[in-house]
Design a protein around this ligand. Structure first.
Ligand code: CDP
Length: 209
């Protein structure tokens, strides 16, 4: 199990994915996009004709699936890299991600990925700092102004993003929230490099302590 984990949570459009992969490049670490895992399970359920509200059937998909997030996102050998960003998935993923059995299966896999990671790992999502890796070396809560987040999410549209954010923050199991000891970083008006440097500074502070 690697001790070198940087956990990043935040709402849609806060810059998590972009920052996480730039940060991983900068450090020579790997990155785990946990949102892609929930999206892949959602794609597969829809592909199999399963109703996202059928909690047991979706949980079985989550439990049994072979999910890869790198270099492209695939599930059970099917490439879903582009499909997971479509409107149908944007809508259905909130229901799938609120399913406690799905979450249990994903958390277990995410910890297994870290357990096999020889180097450092940047993990981004909604419950990484609070549930999956509460003892991560660095915990970051990324935010940005609502205007900025909507702008970054141009394709998905403001209403869909707002609906997902509301669902993510108000669900019963592992809602999106800032962990008490996470560093909050507002990325509005900052470049990717500036955010990356700020997180690297946080990492360096942990080493020198
Ligand atoms: O594209 P965006 O950054 O907005 O979202 P994402 O990271 O791809 O995650 C898509 C959806 O998966 C979120 O809206 C959450 O419902 C769910 N998710 C989650 O519940 N827990 C995570 N650790 C990651 C994503």
């Amino acid at each position: 199990m690697t001790d070198d984990i940087i956990a990043i949570d935040g709402p849609a459009g806060s810059g998590k994915s972009t920052v996480a992969s730039a940060l991983a490049d900068r450090l020579g670490w790997n990155v785990l996009d946990t949102g892609a895992m929930y999206r892949a399970v959602t794609s597969e359920a829809l592909f199999l004709g399963i109703d996202p509200d059928d909690a047991d059937a979706v949980a079985r998909v989550a439990h049994d699936a072979d999910i890869r997030t790198r270099p492209r996102v695939s599930i059970n050998g099917r490439d879903v890299h582009d499909e997971i960003r479509t409107d149908v998935v944007n809508v259905a993923v909130s229901v799938v991600a609120a399913n406690p059995a799905v979450r249990a299966a994903m958390v277990q896999r995410q910890r297994a990925v870290a357990a096999e990671e020889p180097g450092g790992l940047v993990v981004e999502g909604r419950d990484i700092t609070t549930v999956v890796f509460p003892r991560a070396r660095v915990k970051i809560y990324l935010t940005a102004s609502p205007y900025e987040r909507a702008r970054r999410r141009g394709d998905e549209g403001h209403e869909s993003v707002a609906r997902r954010d509301h669902a993510d923050s108000s669900r019963e199991t592992s809602p999106l929230r800032q962990a008490d000891d996470a560093v909050a970083l507002d990325t509005t008006g900052l470049s990717v490099d500036q955010v990356v440097e700020e997180i690297v500074r946080c990492l360096e502070n942990t080493t020198s302590n």
